[in-house]
Design a protein around this ligand. Structure first.
Ligand code: NAD
Length: 360
């Protein structure tokens, strides 16, 4: 498997280095072969080339089977021209790779129950869900849009628009993801009010004919937002459109309470996927060996799970082994500063990865 690696800025390099050690160990233990090539993105790319997404980076990403990203951005680049800010690199590569599906798992390791914002009796039922968010359509990109003066007052408008093929391709990602998990898919919409949601629901039901083994349910977005805090254990995979997904995926991840633990994947059709922790470049702790590398290590597990092809062979078991090693490390009491608790073994970024490697 060919992997393009983009450490980026801030803690990006520290956490990616540790994730690559895990990949090396996987290669040695499971007889897999990974070729990695490093590329520039974000602030470090601006410093080196003047662009947050150099041509060479796009080329390397497109030639890879998967892309692993650390994080981009930092105060150093806050004041520069918005057209070439570090985040532009991230948006640019998502566009270049045609990544239309964003997968954000929100799972709570039992060992980190104390960090969860919900009541203990709710937490006891467990949280292990995945939000599949449509990434390139809906109100964020629909036209017409703008602010105009009509009848002497300003009017702002956007257009939540989806065509059939956009709905069916994201629905398929949802069903496929559910197949790899507990085989339950909840499609979230607002079909009681929005026409676009009625089409959404219709198309999702049509696609479901090809997935008789997956149990499909539907929920209105206002109810989904409530149910996520009332009883998140009821969800396996949630599939939803861009704006609803933006809000629900953040809600789902914040209830677990630990930003340094959560991985993500962005997938396209026939292009390499992009795998990255959900957190940013954490400039406040960069270069101090304080960053939690687990979100990035779990991103490697996602990368293996979702980038397996006939050429590479099924890597689901390897992904599960990495996740198992992370869980064991937590159960042994190892904690970085962001997830520390009384009586834990407080460690740095490198030592946390050492413990995961020992458990793998
Ligand atoms: P952030 O996620 O970088 O940090 C928020 C807080 O969480 C900080 O206190 C930080 O120390 C802590 N934190 C984050 N990741 C951690 C980890 N792995 N281990 C331990 N603690 C961790 O968000 P922010 O401070 O709002 O943004 C900082 C920079 O990152 C900004 O330039 C922002 O634009 C950028 N950013 C990038 C991405 C990305 O690359 N995908 C995402 C969000 C923010």
């Amino acid at each position: 498997m060919k992997i393009c690696v983009m450490p980026g800025d801030g803690i990006g390099r520290e956490i990616v280095v540790q994730a690559l050690r895990v990949l090396d160990k996987v290669a040695a233990t499971y007889g897999k072969k990974f070729e990695t090539e490093e590329a520039l993105i974000g602030g470090c790319a601006i410093d080196a080339t003047g662009s947050p997404l150099p041509e060479a980076t796009v080329r390397l990403c497109k030639a890879a089977d998967a892309v692993l990203l650390g994080a981009v951005g930092g105060p150093k680049w806050d004041a520069i021209d918005p057209a070439i800010r570090p985040e532009r690199g991230l948006l640019g590569i998502r566009k270049e790779l045609g990544l239309f599906a964003n997968l954000r798992p929100a799972s709570l390791f039992p060992e980190l129950k104390h960090a969860c914002f919900l009541r203990p009796d709710i937490v006891e039922r467990g949280i292990d869900l995945l939000v599949v968010r449509e990434l390139t359509g809906g109100a964020y990109f629909g036209t017409p849009k703008g602010v105009e003066v009509r009848d002497g007052e300003r009017v702002g408008f956007n257009n939540m628009i989806y065509s059939e093929h956009e709905i069916s391709r994201i629905a398929k990602v949802g069903f496929e993801a559910a197949r790899k998990r507990r085989k339950q898919l909840c499609s979230v919409d607002k079909a009681n009010v929005l026409d676009v949601s009625r089409l959404w629901r219709e198309v999702v039901i049509e696609v479901s004919q090809d997935y008789p083994d997956v149990e499909l349910s539907h929920m209105y977005v206002d109810n989904a937002a409530m149910q996520l805090v009332r009883d998140p254990s009821q969800f396996d995979v949630i599939v939803t459109e861009n704006l609803f997904g933006d809000i629900l995926s953040d809600e789902a991840s914040v209830i677990t309470g630990s930003i340094g633990m959560l991985p993500s994947a962005s997938l396209g059709a026939g292009n390499p996927g992009l795998f990255e922790p959900i957190h940013g470049s954490a400039p406040d702790i960069a270069g101090q060996n304080k960053a939690n590398p687990l979100a990035t290590i779990l991103s490697v597990a996602m990368l293996l799970r979702y980038s397996s092809t006939e050429k590479t062979g099924d890597m689901t078991a390897v992904a599960a082994a990495i996740e198992g090693a992370v869980q064991k490390t937590l159960s042994q009491g190892y904690r970085t500063g962001d997830i520390r608790e009384p009586g834990c073994k407080l460690v740095g970024c490198v030592e946390m990865a050492d413990a995961v490697l020992a458990n793998l």
